[in-house]
Design a protein around this ligand. Structure first.
Ligand SMILES: *Cc1c(COP(=O)(O)O)cnc(C)c1O
Length: 354
């Protein structure tokens, strides 16, 4: 696919960009450009453009505003020691984007076009990749239904877009252990639902639970399964791992989001000779294992936060704490090292942007 390229005539003032690069706050300041590609049932994908970032003009009847056909991805571009920029397993994001698209009755996009769109934006906005420790350029590819109609059926027009924002550490406390709230009132996903799709609607439905977590002085909410209210699923936007008797345990795929960080951690742990079990793990077991000391570590993971140790677990009627642990730290150091080009990338996970 050929991209037409138009540079902005009004780039952000250098002082504002420098401020954003030195004190990045993910999702607050955006780069100068964006990529858009249009899709129609008639013409498929067409009109690929790298262009100045600007608001969309949307008809009030645009399908996304009424029926929520919207999906997204989250990935990062990392500055490398030699000054180049690298992506981490971008073809996995492309694959997952298409899995989300299929689930939401939206068109899939060739994986090569998805990755090319990101590289095009990085070539244009390369000066926006921050260089400090723990920083990166967060990339947000997304797609939404633009067709103007009211009626329940898949739309026939969509816009694919990529925007970018300099990112620092995800949680206010930096690498400090986080506190999580186990919601026994709200659920995130049910069997046959959209739990495995990265769609905006999942997040909208989770906001009330996240607010409950904040009210209880926690950083994030932990969701339990919808059928029995018993099995741990994941956090609002992160997967979760437990170290029990030295085994790394994580909930099986199905109704959870198949995280690329999750998959990478499973791979790295196995290479270290750590036993990994993807299996149902209940909130009761979590509490019990923490009390008996069989549980030695727990952490949340995702692109935005990488790996965050869970230090405290609160729920209606109680709380317990979990010590910090060596496996969490070792896996974080190795994963971050690969992403930043300071640990050998033996699994070929990094993708140099040309
Ligand atoms: C994006 C996301 C994750 C993490 O996925 P990564 O590919 O590791 O960034 C986990 N859970 C939910 C609900 C998500 O939306």
């Amino acid at each position: 696919m050929q991209f037409s390229t138009t540079s902005t005539t009004q780039p952000a003032p250098a002082a504002l960009r420098e401020q954003a690069l030195h004190h990045p706050r993910i999702g607050t300041v955006f780069t100068d450009h964006m990529v858009t590609i249009q899709w129609t049932a008639e013409n498929g994908w067409h009109d690929a453009r790298v262009r100045p970032r600007e608001p969309f003009s949307l008809d009030p009847a645009s399908a996304v505003l009424h029926y929520g056909q919207e999906i997204f991805e989250g990935m990062k571009a990392y500055g490398q020691p030699d000054g180049s920029v690298a992506l981490f397993r971008p073809e996995e994001n492309a694959r997952r984007f298409n899995a989300s698209a299929s689930r939401m009755s939206m068109p899939t996009i060739p994986e090569s076009v998805f990755v090319d769109a990101i590289e095009q934006l990085l070539r244009m906005d390369g000066a926006w990749v921050p260089k400090g420790a723990g920083t990166s350029l967060y990339l947000r590819p997304f797609m939404f239904a633009t067709e103007s109609f009211l009626g329940v059926r898949p739309a026939t027009q969509f816009t694919f877009c990529v925007i970018a924002s300099p990112a620092g550490a995800y949680f206010k406390g930096g690498a400090k252990p986080i506190a999580v709230w186990v919601s026994e009132r709200y659920t995130r996903a049910a069997r046959g639902g959209t739990g495995a799709a990265k769609c905006g609607g999942n997040y909208a439905a989770g906001l009330t639970a996240q607010a409950e977590a904040i009210r209880n002085d926690c950083d994030q909410v932990v969701f339990l399964d919808a059928a029995e209210g018993r099995w741990i699923e994941e956090l609002g936007g992160m997967n979760v791992f437990f170290v029990v008797d030295g085994v790394l345990v994580t909930p099986s795929l199905g109704t959870i989001l198949p995280g690329i960080t999750r998959d990478s951690i499973i791979g790295l742990a196995k290479r270290r000779g750590v036993r990994v079990e993807e299996k149902p793990y209940s909130f009761d077991e979590w509490r019990e294992d923490a009390a008996t000391g069989r549980l030695t570590e727990a952490f949340a993971c995702g692109t935005a936060a990488v790996i965050a140790a869970i230090g405290k677990v609160r729920f209606d009627g109680g709380e317990f704490t979990i010590p910090a642990g060596p496996l969490t730290d070792a896996l974080r150091d190795e994963l971050v090292g690969i992403q930043r080009g300071v640990v050998a990338d033996e699994l070929n996970w990094t993708w140099r942007v040309k």
